[in-house]
Design a protein around this ligand. Structure first.
Ligand code: GDP
Length: 201
């Protein structure tokens, strides 16, 4: 698997109930995080395609798991964002359920990339995901996204705080600054994520 293959990614399908999926083969790398943390944008950056993840975001699909095929054996997965404040509680619960069912049951899930807005802290649902990944021995990478939105000092401070978070430390999770919008210094990280994915799939 070559990291440049990500450019070839195509939208495969949207699913809601992972239990109804008959096939569970190959390797999936899932992007997880609060709603609006930048998952879709990152998938576009990683695959060098401006509209890949957004194309799948037609109304009705936003609350589903969107799968992008990279090769016959590798897929990228855009999970619904959890914790979106502007939807009714019932939908919030449903989204959470979709995400956690996927994380608990999907056998071909080989790696998780968690996005956290650098202006936020690690919240409850992120912690639940981290614990779940640990339980299933799924490798994880945390990106402090939208780092272009804060000053250099704030970036350093947040990186330090996150790296020293008890849960992150105890699970030995790599944390990096990220920005999908400002590509300065981000190409190397793009490669790094690509290399990391290549290593685990
Ligand atoms: P998702 O809900 O997690 O899939 O988030 P989206 O990818 O749809 O991004 C949510 C919003 O954040 C969009 O308006 C993006 O343009 C913006 N966004 C995503 N990544 C970045 C980033 O690195 N920097 C900045 N400034 N905005 C970003």
């Amino acid at each position: 698997m070559n990291k440049n293959n990500y450019n070839l990614a195509i939208f495969e399908k949207s699913i809601i109930d992972i239990k109804k999926e008959k096939s569970d083969f190959g390797s999936e790398i899932a992007f997880v995080g609060y709603s609006n943390s930048g998952k879709s944008t990152l998938i576009n950056v990683l695959t060098n395609q401006k509209k890949l993840a957004r194309i799948s975001k037609v109304p009705g699909r936003t609350q589903s798991i969107n799968i992008f095929k990279v090769s016959s054996k590798v897929r990228l997965v855009d999970l619904p964002g959890y914790g979106y404040a502007r939807v009714p509680e019932s939908i919030r619960l449903q989204l959470k359920h979709i995400v956690f069912q996927y994380l608990k049951l999907r056998k071909c899930l080989k790696g998780l990339v968690m996005l956290i807005d650098i202006r936020c802290s690690i919240k409850n649902l992120d912690e639940t995901v981290i614990n779940l990944a640990k339980l299933r021995h799924i490798p994880m990478f945390i990106l402090l996204n939208k780092s272009d939105k804060v000053s250099f000092e704030k970036r350093k401070e947040q990186l330090h705080i996150m790296k020293n978070n008890q849960l992150v430390l105890s699970h030995n999770i790599q944390v990096e600054l990220f920005s999908s919008l400002k590509s300065i210094e981000m190409n190397s990280l793009r490669d790094k994520i690509g290399n990391w994915i290549c290593k685990i799939v």
